[in-house]
Design a protein around this ligand. Structure first.
Ligand SMILES: [Cu+2]
Length: 199
């Protein structure tokens, strides 16, 4: 297309704040082509706040990193609703392994399934999923520095069948916690600004 054919050719190219007909996509626009309602079951509501401190480079849920918390036990078949408030000043793309969750975005029965949602500062999002896949599943921020500094939780099914790929679950859990603990301390040491003291 030549410049003269372009309807936007007269716009001030340097002004990115100029009103335009560009539509910014957002989660409220997502609509599934078919019903996504969860099976009838008991519903449990879990609330989380995304927390952090840029100076200390600590990213957490409810001010606790993964190594400071127990696994969240899940009953197979129950519906879990997660209400997540981002109380930090960064966006956090939160990702759940093993499941797709419905994003409750006002589309009723047609709310879309996703397994990651980018939560903006001071925003609250509500997700729900049916607990239908046994295992231990990581729920974490997908900014990998945040994940490694401890921003996550593990959902674990009660009374689940042994996983042949994990012959020693207790040892595996210990290793996960040791690794995340090490990373949390490393980030604090490396990224803490000069002249501040660790609290
Ligand atoms: Cu994050």
């Amino acid at each position: 297309m030549s410049m003269s054919d372009n309807p936007h050719a007269n716009h001030n190219q340097d002004n990115s704040n100029e009103m335009s007909d560009i539509v910014t996509v957002n989660y409220a626009m997502l609509k599934s082509p078919k019903k996504t309602t969860l099976p009838n079951s008991t519903r449990r509501v879990l609330k989380f706040e995304l927390t952090g401190n840029m100076n200390r480079y600590v990213w957490s849920l409810d001010n606790k990193v993964v190594s400071e918390t127990d696994k969240i036990l899940v009953k197979k078949g129950e519906n879990l609703r997660l209400i997540i408030f981002n109380g930090s000043m960064m966006r956090h793309p939160m990702h759940l392994h093993g499941h797709d969750f419905r994003v409750l975005n006002g589309q009723g029965r047609l709310c879309s399934f996703k397994n990651i949602i980018d939560i903006m500062p001071m925003e609250t999002d509500t997700l729900e999923f049916n607990a239908n896949v046994e295992g231990d599943w990581f729920f974490h921020c997908h900014i990998l520095y945040h994940m490694m500094s401890g921003m996550g939780r593990v959902f674990s099914y009660e009374n689940q069948a042994p996983n042949p790929l994990i012959p020693n679950p207790k040892l595996a859990q210990r290793k996960l916690l040791q690794t995340t603990k090490k990373c949390t301390s490393c980030f604090r040491m490396i990224l803490q600004p000069m002249g501040t003291t660790e609290k």
